[in-house]
Write a protein that binds this ligand. Structure first.
Ligand SMILES: Cc1cc2nc3c(=O)[nH]c(=O)nc-3n(C[C@H](O)[C@H](O)[C@H](O)COP(=O)(O)O)c2cc1C
Length: 170
């Protein structure tokens, strides 16, 4: 049997590196901090991430074809607090940020240069509180080694939506 505390202790020990995922559909854009993500194939180069059904980014993500993944560094606390602590339902998180808009319309955060553009392959809803989005990498760029911002660094933050919230109906 898996107790909740043993599960949580293991996950805390893993202490995932954090990314900001952004996406855009028509004239709407969104993004949030994500701790559930991983490379999921070597060749072809696939990457998977999980979006909480409570999040604004999930609602957009169901319709989006492309996602940008920005790997956060230890210097990125402010942007992590913005994208992890506020919801796009009631805040324009992109206001005042320096953005590059790529040819698919994705907002890329200029202050986060370690990033990839991903194209969606499939979405899996296995009944959990997050859905899995599998993708293939379309482009990747970076500035070499960095110290990742990790889940423990955001332990003080109340997420914009908790995973216990009811799923947002798209
Ligand atoms: C450390 C940490 C890890 C998180 N991991 C995820 C995640 O893997 N997937 C997800 O959808 N949300 C995750 N969140 C929650 C969202 O980033 C947060 O609720 C955000 O405010 C949602 O914004 P939105 O409603 O604009 O999408 C995480 C938050 C924190 C602080």
């Amino acid at each position: 049997m898996v107790t909740e505390s043993a599960f949580n202790t293991l996950m805390a020990a893993v202490n995932s590196p954090l990314i900001v995922v952004t996406t855009a559909v028509d004239d709407e854009r969104g993004g949030c901090v994500v701790g559930f993500h991983s490379q999921s194939s070597i060749g072809p180069q696939h990457y998977s991430l999980w979006l909480s059904k409570a999040n604004h980014t999930y609602v957009l993500g169901l319709r989006a074809r492309h996602f940008a993944v920005h790997f956060l560094t230890s210097e990125d606390m402010e942007i992590a607090e913005l994208f992890g602590g506020r919801s796009g339902k009631d805040t324009d998180k992109f206001a005042g940020l320096d953005l590059d808009i790529d040819d698919t319309g994705l907002p890329l955060l200029r202050q986060c240069p370690n990033r990839m553009v991903l194209e969606r392959l499939a979405v899996l809803d296995d009944g959990g509180d997050h859905v899995c989005v599998t993708t293939r990498a379309v482009s990747a760029e970076g500035e070499g080694e960095f110290v990742p911002l990790r889940a423990v660094d955001l332990a003080h933050l109340d997420p914009g939506h908790s995973s216990e919230e009811r799923a947002i109906r798209p």
